[in-house]
Each structure stands twice: as C-alpha cells, then as structure tokens.
Design a protein around this ligand. Structure first.
Ligand SMILES: Cc1cc2nc3c(=O)[nH]c(=O)nc-3n(C[C@H](O)[C@H](O)[C@H](O)COP(=O)(O)O)c2cc1C
Length: 367
C-alpha cells in the first residue's frame, strides 16, 4: 500500500449546508446488495448500515430502492420503497442508524429499460423508458405516455413523502448510470419530440418534474440530493455534456427545481472532466451551480469500479488535497466501505495499515 503522507483532517471537518449538517466529509456510496428477500430489507440489512454508522460514516446513502411502479426493479432481493413490509424494514434501518448516531438517505430508483421482461418481482411487467429503447438502441417497448410519466413522477413523490415520514435525513434521487431518469437525459435513449425530449433542457424535464413533486411532498427544509453521471452501465465513455456550457445548461433546470446537493458519479475522482482545467465533474458542478457536491470514484483503491474485481488499497493524499482545496465538499466511498465497515474510523485514527483492500468475495456477504 502507498502511504498517505498528508493529515486526514480535511476529511474530518464538519460539513455545514443550508439543510444538511454532517460531522465529517464521508458518504457511503449507494450500493445494490441484493440481500432483501421478497424485496424487504431485514435485520441483517439494518445491522449492515448500522455498522457503518457506528464507525463514523458521515452520511449513508442506501442501495437503490424501488419506487412504486411494477417495473421499478429487477430482482426479488432488491429492496422496494413502497408497501407495508418493505417500508417497515426501512423504518428499522433508520432507527438502527440513528441509534448509532448516523444519518441516512434512501436512494430512490427506477431501472427503466435495463429491466428484462420476466425479471422478478413482477414477471409480467414490461420495462419502460422515454422512447421504449434499450441502452443499446433496440426498440423493446412503446414510448411512455404522458399519463404514465405523470404516474411515475407521482411514485417518486410518494417515496419522498414516505422517506420523510420514516425519519430519513434526506433523499437521493438516482438520476445516474443509464437507469430511467438518465434514459431521459441521454440523447441515445430519448428520441421524444414532446416537452420531455429534444434539447438538453427538454431532456431534463422528467427529472425537473420529479424534483418539484418531491419538494412539494417534503417541504422547503428537507434535503434533496440528486445523483447523475456522464457514464452509463453499458458505455463508460458516454457523455451528457461535452463542455462546461453544456453541463451548465443541463444543471440549471435541476437547481431551479429544488436540488440541494449534487452527487456527481465518476469512476475515478481525480480525473479532469473537461480539457483545460483540473476540475472533476463534481468540481465543475459546484463551480457552475454554487451548490454543495459529493464526489466519488475509487477512493482508497487503485482499481476503478468496472467489473467488481479485487483491488489494492492506495494512498489518500490526492483526495485530501482536493477536499482541502474545496473542489468538492463530500466524498462518497463505495467498495472500500463495502469491504470494511470500519474504514472511516480506521482512516480517522491513522490505522492505515489495517485498511482492508477490496476483495470481490465481499460482494457475496453482508457484513
Ligand atoms: C456492488 C455495487 C453496487 C452498486 N449499486 C449502486 C446503486 O444501487 N446505485 C448507484 O447509484 N450506484 C451504485 N454503485 C456505484 C457506487 O455507488 C459507486 O459510485 C462506485 O462503486 C464507485 O465508487 P468506489 O470506486 O468507491 O467503489 C454500485 C457499486 C457497487 C460496487
């Protein structure tokens, strides 16, 4: 392991923003685990999140959890965010995390066209998307109607209301990685000619309506985090914006709709997003919107998030330097925290040699 030479103090400064305050700059990145039988998060899931809270994670963002729509998730072990049993499970998760002194936001998710017909929990549900196109451009279904879009917006809003009612500290809307909301953002999957399509602003309309509807449900003081990415699950080189100007046009409507914090998903946090400046996607987003931002991507690891392969642990110097310079406000940690629930505490206490490198075997257990 390459030694961290800088003081980790910048990682452990308070984070204060208009609606969300945290004791440090660490966020647990949302990670689908598939340990919720019958789509219900159980005691082991609650204990898994509690363990991270006990060990100092500033904010936990849960794995993606399905809004109330028959095709929102693919799989019987992915937690839902509607219905009595799943919501009871989530209430227990919130209680455990709060008891341990942590904060937590559910990641509200709809997979859109990445779903295959026949997937559980609703085998007959067809995948839905702006133009009925798969990420590879295959026509799989009819485009969503305006009425169906309205119902989807309402399902996100209901989830937001439930999150607040259950005591969550914020919500994160999953607008990244080629899932439903991102399928509206992306030219390749959105060929609509109505107000939900067309230029970059039209393609944000679905997300804008979701954010506005969530805001109406949760009121002015509840934090809404919005996660987006350039990359898609099937195309790591994909771009929604190729210049800062385009990025600004994309972000402006989302700010106006009421997003409080942007979570800018990249696979390597140290990479410049556009030529001519060192800023990463989070850095640009902060500069263009003035909003607090969360960065992410291979923290503490020398292997990027691609095929969930094992990697070595690596120095935190580059991360600390960028945080200290204010390029971004918060840093999400994925695989390092999946592997090692004590990752944050060990970093804070200087136990660098005890950090466990990511081993893909960790994916098959919930510890
Ligand atoms: C097992 C696993 C499941 C993931 N599931 C989600 C998810 O449900 N929602 C999401 O937005 N990102 C998901 N991601 C991406 C992570 O949030 C994160 O952006 C990515 O792992 C890069 O961070 P890392 O390099 O620190 O692992 C997942 C990543 C992993 C490894």
């Amino acid at each position: 392991m390459t030694q961290t030479n800088k003081s980790t103090e910048p990682l452990f400064r308070d984070f204060e923003s208009e609606k969300l305050n945290l004791p440090n700059r660490t966020v647990m990145a949302p990670m689908t685990r598939g340990f919720s039988p019958d789509n219900v998060p159980g005691e082991d899931v609650a204990a898994y999140y509690r363990r991270r809270a006990e060990n100092g994670v500033g904010l936990i963002v849960t794995e993606g959890t399905g809004i109330n729509h028959p095709a929102s998730v693919s799989g019987a072990s992915i937690p839902l965010f509607h219905g009595e049993e799943p919501l009871k499970g989530w209430a227990d998760v919130v209680n455990e995390v709060h008891e341990a002194g942590g904060k937590i936001a559910p990641q509200l998710w709809h997979v859109g066209m990445t779903r295959k017909k026949g997937d559980m929990p609703n085998e007959d549900a067809h995948p839905v998307g702006p133009s009925g196109l798969s990420l590879d451009g295959e026509q799989v279904n009819e485009p969503l109607t305006e009425k169906e879009i309205e119902e989807l917006v309402q399902a996100y809003a209901q989830a937001a209301a439930d999150a607040k009612r259950l005591g969550f500290d914020a919500i994160e809307i999953h607008g990244a990685h080629g899932y439903l909301i991102d399928q509206f953002f992306w030219e390749q999957t959105n060929k609509r000619t109505d107000r939900y399509g067309g230029d970059v602003v039209g393609r944000t309309q679905f997300a804008v309506e979701i954010v506005e509807a969530c805001r109406r449900e949760v009121g002015p003081d509840f934090p809404i985090i919005f996660r987006f990415s350039q990359w898609k699950m099937n195309d790591f080189q994909a771009k929604l914006a190729t210049t800062p100007d385009e990025l600004e046009r994309f972000l402006k409507p989302l700010v106006k709709a009421g997003v409080d914090i942007f979570h800018c998903s990249t696979r390597r946090f140290w990479e410049a997003e556009f030529e001519g400046a060192d800023l990463n996607l989070a850095g640009w987003t902060k500069k263009l919107t003035g909003k607090p931002v969360i960065s992410v991507g291979s923290v503490g690891l020398n292997g990027e998030f691609t095929s969930f392969s094992s990697t070595e642990a690596t120095s935190l110097d580059g991360l600390i330097e960028r945080l200290d310079q204010g390029e971004f406000d918060l840093i999400a940690v994925g695989r390092s925290l999946l592997q090692d629930p004590e990752w944050v505490r060990k970093v804070e206490e200087g136990q660098e040699n005890d950090l466990l490198p990511f081993d893909k075997a960790a994916l098959s257990k919930l510890y």
